[in-house]
Design a protein. Structure first.
Length: 434
């Protein structure tokens, strides 16, 4: 009698699929699979588990209706993972204070899986890592804790996440998924499992390392291109040329790549290049272009702050007595996530000049900001800001008029528009943008 494959067991609900890490990546994956097969969603934080059991997405990305029609057990008890044969690891992979890869969450999740791993199981990683991390850093832990042999007793794959926070168009089920496995059999099984939920299908990478490398260059490419735009904005700024006017003109060419300047933070574009440069150094190569791009982008918060100070001085303001409003604190528009937000650099630099700074954001948590960066959100807005810096182009901000800005500004008020969203709307106030 032919033994059932792991895919067949899942399909017939004789086994379950687990998702370890129920964050902004893991929860959507778990819920989509739970519409087709049995799922166990595991998270180490009981408070988050309680929220999800009440149909609340802690990341604020999914509506309660997203939990409808799902066969899912959400738990903080690792023992519940024993019923699963296909494990998906979707935990954060940040960098430390020295911008070196911090694999602590990934290795902790791997240890959790290793302790319950049984013969015939699959482990697929979605967390962004440098090429080689899955097989070199994670597999030995799985072998050691389970007592099983890699490939012979259990299989491993890598399928990088492509979830973009705040993006309702390019969702998990609507974007081609890269899949990979440790051998031909595992590649086929991993591909079939993901094809259950990904409508456009999957791309079968030849090796795990190829899949890891593909993911890491996706964000590194964006980082380098945005750094180029940021550098151009600095150059053209000195020439008194508006970068957005330049990009609008250049964008009429059919093959011009449309990237824009701005603050680059978050847990993907602002982090992933450091994983690649770390691994490159191991192979005795110092990546100049990638590091240069990181330097430019990591410096932009300080650059914007210094431009603000120059404009305040030019307007005849006494810096020590000035008050600035920073609009936006999250790492990108229309999300609540503040991780690795470069707005914190901007606020910190302004305070170095003894400027009084208020911060407002319709999505961010004041408590989280205070815990992470040492500042919270203003309870109410004043009517005498010497400068207003629109740092994040949240949708509610895009609807504001010059009349509104004038109502919160002191005489000779300054508008600093990081993303250039008001460049054709501000006529009377002193205006500057990247």
């Amino acid at each position: 009698m032919k033994l059932m494959t792991v895919y067949e067991k899942l399909l017939q609900k004789e086994s379950s699929l687990s998702v370890i890490g129920m964050g902004y990546v893991g929860l959507p994956i778990a819920l989509e699979f739970a519409r087709k097969i049995k799922v166990v969603g595991f998270d180490i934080k009981p408070d988050r588990v309680a929220m999800m059991k009440n149909r609340v997405d802690p990341s604020g990305e999914l509506a309660p209706e997203a939990f409808d029609g799902t066969d899912i057990l959400i738990t903080a008890n690792a023992e519940d993972l024993k019923s699963c044969s296909f494990h998906i690891v979707a935990v954060p992979t940040p960098v430390d204070k020295r911008n070196l890869p911090d694999l602590t969450p990934l290795l902790a999740a791997t240890r959790t899986v290793g302790k319950i791993l049984k013969k015939g199981d699959y482990v697929v990683y979605e967390s962004t890592v440098y090429p080689g991390a899955t097989e070199e850093d994670c597999v030995p832990i799985l072998e050691n804790l389970s007592g099983l042999k890699f490939i012979e007793d259990f299989k491993v794959g890598f399928s990088p996440e492509r979830i973009n926070p705040g993006d309702k168009e390019h969702t998990l089920t609507s974007v081609i998924k890269i899949v990979s496995g440790c051998d031909e059999e595992s590649l086929d099984q991993v591909a079939k499992v993901y094809e259950l939920i990904v409508k456009p299908g999957v791309h079968r990478a030849p090796t795990i390392k190829v899949a890891e490398a593909a993911k890491i260059i996706e964000n590194t490419q964006r980082d380098v291109n945005i750094a180029f735009m940021n550098e151009l904005s600095i150059i053209f700024g000195r020439m008194h040329i508006n970068i957005y006017d330049v990009l609008e003109a250049a964008g009429t060419k059919w093959n011009f790549l449309k990237f824009y300047p701005g603050l680059v933070g978050g847990h993907c574009i602002g982090v992933d290049p450091y994983y690649l440069t770390y691994k490159a150094e191991e192979y005795r190569y110092h990546p100049r272009v990638i590091n240069a791009g990181r330097y430019v982008n990591d410096s932009m918060g300080f650059y914007v702050a210094k431009q603000c100070v120059k404009l305040l001085i030019k307007a005849g303001k006494n810096i020590i007595n000035t008050r600035v409003l920073v609009m936006g604190a999250t790492f990108k528009e229309n999300v609540s996530d503040i991780r690795n937000s470069r707005v914190a650099d901007l606020v910190s630099e302004l305070k170095q000049y003894s400027i009084s700074v208020d911060v407002t954001d319709p999505y961010a948590s004041s408590d989280e900001l205070m815990h992470e960066y040492g500042f919270g959100l203003a309870d109410t807005l004043r009517d005498d800001y010497d400068a207003v810096i629109v740092a994040v182009n949240h949708e509610p901000f895009t609807e504001l008029t010059e009349t509104w800005f004038k109502s919160i500004s002191a005489p000779k008020g300054i508008i600093i528009d990081v993303k250039g969203i008001y460049r054709k709307a501000i006529q009377e106030l002193n205006y500057w943008s990247l």
